[in-house]
Ligand binder design. Sequence first.
Ligand code: PEP
Length: 253
Amino acid sequence: MRALVAGNWKMNGLAASLAELGALKQALAKTPAACDVLVCPPATLIAQAALLLEEGHVKDAFALGGQDCHAQPSGAFTGDLSAEMLKDAGASYVIVGHSERRQYHGESDGDVAAKARAAWRAGLRAIICLGETDAQRDDGAHHHICSSQLEGSVPEGATPENTVIAYEPVWAIGTGKTPTGEDIAAMHAHIRGCLVRRLGEGARGIAILYGGSVKPDNAREILNLPEVGGALVGGASLKSADFLNVIGAVNPS
Ligand code: PEP
């Protein structure tokens, strides 16, 4: 399975930031990555980024994704974007259920599942995020929390083609803290077991990314852990030089 390194720019990036994507494109055209690469800029930049990728015939240097979508294809939902709109703008992925959406927008597991189905309907691959808070880990409830989020957020019909899971402990996002390698490997094995029990043997091919303070200096160790199929990267994806160092940490298979 080819690894996926995905950048989540969150609410960062103006038109001037397209220069970072230009630099990323050029570097990957010169030295192709040993993994699939995805950038999820703010939705305002997706169409421009797609045009930038078309210049110079290196369209496949990296893919583009949205950071959220509405469950409905269109309608009276002021300020929202549908999966179809993201696809139309040039996205092939969308992140759903990021902990910042769950926390600041009150999204439930059911909302996340509906968004994942919307992504599939539009022909996008859904990156479904889950992860425990620090209090839940301190209580020893982290495995239970993640299986319950998985149960509620990953719809029946998830396949390696339409779905990626991102395990992102909430306490590791943007904090510089990461779980130990042993803890990451244990959680990824747990998530794999839940996926297979729920969806059958075909779920062995669903990539499970790790996310939470992945940086150039810890990427190699994390990306080499068993069942880690790649990384979801926030802060270190904003500068092409940092992001390229994370991408470069993936071993050619
Ligand atoms: C994220 O937002 O998904 C994330 C992992 O952020 P960071 O890498 O900055 O911790």
